[in-house]
Design a protein around this ligand. Structure first.
Ligand code: NDP
Length: 431
């Protein structure tokens, strides 16, 4: 870790996996060398992104793509546009992505990218110019057999559209499989928009099932109000849950009557508004701007905003409030101390690399549809997603049991993901 100074999120992600691998390395010592190799990305690209704002001023941002590991398939992972993006954040996300993608059982390697660009408050024209400039460089490094980016924080359908348009223009080829998360009329997969949120809830339901419980009638707290949060709320409500919170960086909303999803979608997806705009139109809903969404008692917590948003203090509050299960819709939203608290209290805990793998799994289904020039129905795609989530859950559970810690999904996910990649790396030689 001394080789990577100033990258605390990356260190945190590596440490968590190392802790899980002790028992597997004791059985297979050759895995130690593979793990050291795996910590070093295969390629890291950092580039300047110049663009012109609506006032005619030249702006400069920094773009990243970390092509982490391609032992199982082309690099695959999202692009994040957020002012907090730096190399350490992209590396932590790319590192997690390797294991997540391995857990899906699909032929995809791990990568991640993005820029320290903040799309909030920018006009469509500014976002388009930024995306076009970003793609001018990124196009040199991606391709359907090389590296297939998707969305993440700040990168949704609008941004993927601008990126794809520019890629087509640069390459003069209709290479559908180069990006996922595309619009439905130009190569996108049905259910990709819903997949991450749906998958996280399906994972939570599977965890509860091991204790003979389900989501029906349960109080659910969600953080975030973006793509993952919205579709986690939708699936939880479909399964009979009563969802009472969501949030953004300005605060959290408590809606004891149950979140009005149609209103939330209107505010976020059509108006590109803030959570305060929901409260203004929803009698009885309350906006809290100081404090944590995790102070609201619930049976099931679904952190769907960003890394390290749920710390030990929040975990203890949730435990006191009677939380039964936590499934990470976001990447690494719970701090290591929070995870320890949940484990000690016997709370079911689904780590992001397992619980939020539904998004990338459906991206891989999008790649399959692009390769065969096919387009599947929503129902069939959700069936495939459900099958993937059920298998990931079973794999984590069985692996944790095999390595002597039943019910430890963190251990199960890390070992199951790692061994699939490590075996492929060993078979392919020192490269
Ligand atoms: P969006 O940009 O659609 O939404 C992000 C949400 O999180 C917004 O409500 C945003 O609020 C909030 N948020 C972001 N940063 C912060 C912060 N620092 N403090 C408080 N709130 C914050 O992103 P997604 O829903 O796509 O992604 C959410 C999480 O899920 C991320 O961790 C991402 O890596 C992960 N993920 C996403 C997948 C996908 O398919 N999209 C797949 C797997 C994981 P605000 O608008 O105020 O910034």
């Amino acid at each position: 870790l001394a080789r990577n100074p100033g990258e605390p999120e990356f260190h945190q992600a590596v440490r968590e996996v190392v802790d899980s691998l002790k028992s597997v390395v004791a059985r297979r010592p050759e895995y130690l060398e593979v793990f050291e190799r795996l910590c070093e990305p295969e390629r890291q690209i950092i580039f300047r992104v110049p663009w012109v704002d609506d006032a005619g001023r030249v702006r400069i941002n920094r773009g990243f793509r970390v092509q982490y590991n391609s032992a199982l398939g082309p690099y695959k992972g999202g692009l994040r546009f957020h002012p907090s993006v730096n190399l350490g954040i992209v590396k932590f996300l790319g590192f997690e992505q390797i294991f997540k993608n391995a857990l899906t059982g699909m032929p995809i390697g791990g990568g991640k990218g993005g820029a320290d660009f903040d799309p909030r408050g920018r006009s469509d024209a500014e976002v388009m110019r930024f995306c076009q400039s970003f793609m001018m460089e990124l196009a040199n490094h991606i391709g359907q057999y090389t590296d297939v980016p998707a969305g993440d924080i700040g990168v949704g359908g609008r941004e993927i559209g601008y990126l794809f348009g520019q890629y087509r223009r640069i390459t003069n080829a209709y290479e559908s499989g180069v990006l996922t998360g595309k619009g439905l009329t130009w190569g996108g997969s049905r259910a990709r928009t819903e997949a991450t949120g749906y998958g996280a809830v399906l994972f939570a339901a599977e965890m509860l099932r091991t204790r003979g419980e389900d989501l029906d009638g349960r109080r659910v707290s969600v953080s975030g109000s973006g793509n993952v949060a919205i579709y986690a709320i939708e699936k939880a409500q479909q399964l009979g849950a009563h969802v009472v919170t969501f949030s953004d960086s300005s605060g959290y909303v408590v809606d004891q009557a149950g979140v009005d999803l149609a209103l939330l979608q209107d505010v976020k997806e059509r108006q590109r508004g803030r959570v305060a705009d929901y409260v203004a139109r929803r009698p009885g809903a309350r906006l809290v701007t100081d404090g944590s969404v995790w102070s609201v008692p619930c049976d099931v917590a679904l952190p769907c905003a960003t890394q390290n948003e749920l710390d030990a203090v929040a975990a203890v509050r949730l435990i006191k409030g009677g939380v039964r299960a936590v499934a990470e819709g976001a990447n690494m939203p719970c701090t290591p101390h929070a995870v320890e608290e949940f484990r000690d209290a016997g709370v079911l805990f689904g780590p992001g690399k397992a619980a939020n793998a539904g998004g990338v799994a459906t991206s891989a289904l999008e790649m399959q549809q692009n390769a065969s020039r096919d387009s599947w129905s929503f129902e069939y795609t959700v069936e495939r997603l459900t099958d993937v989530m059920t298998r990931i859950h079973a794999n984590c559970l069985e692996t944790a049991e095999e390595f002597g810690d039943p019910g430890n999904y963190v251990l199960g996910a890390n070992i199951a993901g790692f061994t699939r990649v490590a075996d492929a790396m060993l078979a392919q030689g020192v490269i």
